[in-house]
Design a protein around this ligand. Sequence first.
Ligand code: GLC
Ligand code: CA
Length: 558
Amino acid sequence: MEQAEWYKTLSFYQIWVRSFADGNGDGIGDLYGVYEKLDYVKALGVDGIWFSPVYPSPNADYGYDIADYCDIHPDFGDLAQFRRVLDKAHRLGLKVLMDLVVNHTSDEHRWFQESRKSRDNPYSDYYIWRDEPNNWDSLFEGKAWEYEPMRGQCYLHLFTKKQPDLNMDNPKVREEVKNIMRFWLDMGVDGFREDVINFISKREGLPDGLPFVPLANGIMHYKDGPHIHEYMAEFREVANEYGAVQIGEGPMTTVRSALSYLTGDTKSLDMMISFDHMLADCFMTEYVHLPFSLIRFKSAISRWQNTLAGRSWNVLYLENHDHPRVISRYGSERFWRESGTMLAMSYLFLQGTPFIYQGQELGMTNIRLNSIDQYMDLTSRTNYERLFTFEPPSKRLKRVHDSSRDSARTPMQWTAGKYAGFSAHRPWFTVNPNYKRVNAERETAEPDSILNFYKKCLALRKRSRALLFGSYREFCPLHPRIFMYERCYGNTAYLVICSFSSRPQEVTLPPEYRKKHLQLVLCNYDGRTGRSPEFAPYEARMYRTRIYESSAKAAQKG
Ligand code: GLC
Ligand code: CA
């Protein structure tokens, strides 16, 4: 393994600080709380943390609108406290990744405050200004352009009005980005998760997009734009000086276009966060809900597994701060423990680096608030106001229940006590009422909890070369309720079988497994021993077997 590939054997935990743990009793999660809970994170068995943005921000988009890249939000602490967290994480053997959000800043960033004043100041070309807007929609609200009276021009914002897009064509802006990277790398962080990084280079002249496509009508002019790889190469150079890992977020990216970032002369990223498998129950955004299709899910997973095999490396995830909770989507709240543990097995044994989002390991589920005004996330509100406006409010609120990013942002459920042990003070956002059952304290004590199951999976994965590096092969791709895949290395093979059904299922083993001795190494139903073909609701099993040299080779090729 090359030195730069250290991330391949690790797994990460994502922390969205505002809702993780409140250390100073003001109702807002912070870095004091994180410091206290690092042992919990370590005990889960992960090897690193990705911090969603912790920088000063007016929170139009909860931290993804950054007002200062080289400081800490006063709600969260200060740089000294961040250093304490970083040191403790490193002492525990945890890597730390920061969120690098450089497609846009906050409109309250000093650069924008200057840029908006006139057309000839040192920052006037830091953003994208035009006399006449084009027809692009913002992905988050209204049109992508906002008029600035002081300057007498409009600025581009692909996200909220308070997130003006940076002009990456300006070499000074790219220098700023590199300085931000150096600032954090010098402090000792281990790499970056790079926000909407495939959007940073816009087509020259900013031509109109397709008139009839809603929300993403300009996408062909800003996704994988003309200079993207030149800019990424500059950032890569900085990362290489430090041996840092770079993980790109690639909204609406195909695996083909991901390859251009991950391989060959234009390789700049170590991994790309794909969205394909998050579209198994929706169209473009969770707000446009469709029935869950396991076939869609599996085909997305296999497409990425197979295409990147031997060439690059996958990010494995089912949740993050942008998606509703996965049990509520791809599993079942009725079969809460069963589907929560099955979902863990469905992805933790794939080839790639797993990410677990805070609360996912507890099986946290979606929150259902009574009115749209109780939701904090702007996109929940704008979707409610601008899409499906012909539907009655109750139906649209149901869409919000199913789709809101806020379901991932309710306070972490630590105990069955007041405010779920998240804070001594009334939390900034509603606690999910299921916290008495779903919480870390209870699940730590219960041997067969979802939490302990995650621990088991992570430990198994870490110990096995086949699960880390083995080849991937999917069986029965067209089966609508069973996900079955194999990981194979040397003469060891693992077969993972997951039922996505709330009813019992008969499962037929692939022919090459039928005559083999199969050892059941993991199952989410207690007391299961043999190879009974009958799968209970949301049952998942992993078998290990030995394969002969010749069939091992064939499997590795296939
Ligand atoms: C990314 C972030 C998301 C944010 C958006 C704009 O998708 O994950 O939370 O709203 O970029 O920065
Ligand atoms: Ca606090």
